[in-house]
Design a protein around this ligand. Structure first.
Ligand SMILES: [Zn+2]
Ligand SMILES: [Zn+2]
Length: 267
């Protein structure tokens, strides 16, 4: 326990803990302001809270984020699971009715399917094992087709490495993830999703007429939510502003284009 906490608020002489009246207060909770003692104070993201506040999702938002996705199948797991079904079906057919020279390929598909199925089930060995599926496909392919198979296998291998390093996927496999990595994933998935939606809708609005209006609305709501001093801090100011600008440009552009088009039709 930290003996001289960084953000402890000095307390008046004689103040006692809110939960333990027989103990001297050491400071006040950063969220609710009640007195805490050495027994029930918690240091979370550099601030000190009382025992009640420390476990709130908005205080320990990274822990809340971790628990939300702990053991929960992510999009990659579903994709790998679907691929496993396809591999097992295709592998089974190849082994059953295929020519003798495609037996190795069929067996490989079956093995890849089993690894994928175990990956979908969240079996710990399958997380690393899945990396060997593209490696195996390169080896099997190289044996039958030569260098072409190596070139074809590079992209699947790169994707498999991406999946292996993906934070949400690590959480699905209940792998320990350091706080900085959790913070990055939190920023990506949770931080001001309204501003992020506004930004992407702003890009879409350039291509699809009318979407710019939704982009502006989302971006304005997102921009109003930005608060770097909140806990957790809400960011994406730049994306919100870009979303508004893109939304406006696309609206003006589409109106100008439609006006020009109707003029041309009228002539
Ligand atoms: Zn509190
Ligand atoms: Zn106490």
């Amino acid at each position: 326990m930290n003996a001289q906490p960084l953000s402890a608020t000095p307390v008046t002489e004689g103040a006692v803990c809110n939960t333990h009246p027989d103990r001297a207060a050491l400071g006040t909770c950063a969220r609710c302001g009640t007195f805490y003692c050495s027994e029930d104070r918690e240091l979370v993201h550099g601030k000190i809270y009382c025992g009640t506040c420390a476990v709130l999702p908005e205080v320990d938002y990274l822990e809340a984020f971790r628990l939300k996705y702990w053991g929960k199948r992510d999009a990659w797991a579903w994709l790998v699971g679907l691929g496993a079904v396809a591999n097992i079906l295709l592998g089974g057919i190849t082994v059953a009715v295929g020519a003798a020279e495609s037996l190795l390929f069929g067996l490989f598909l079956l093995a890849a399917g089993v690894v994928g199925a175990c990956f979908w089930l969240g079996m710990p060995w399958a997380r690393l094992g899945f990396l060997f599926v593209p490696v195996g496909s390169i080896i099997v392919g190289a044996a039958t087709e030569g260098a072409v198979a190596i070139a074809r296998g590079v992209l699947p291998l790169a994707i498999a490495i991406c999946i292996y390093n993906d934070t949400r996927n690590k959480l699905f496999f209940k792998e320990p993830v350091p706080a900085e990595t959790l913070q990055k994933a939190w920023d990506l998935y949770m931080n001001n999703t309204m501003a992020r939606a506004g930004f992407y809708l702003g890009i879409l609005g350039v291509l699809v007429p009318g979407v710019g209006v939704i982009a502006i609305i989302c971006s304005v709501i997102g921009l109003r939510r930005v608060n770097p001093n909140a806990h957790p801090p809400i960011g994406r100011k730049g994306q919100a502003i870009t979303g508004i600008i893109l939304g406006c440009i696309s609206l003006v552009g589409w109106v100008a284009m439609m006006t020009a088009f109707s003029r041309a039709m009228g002539d």
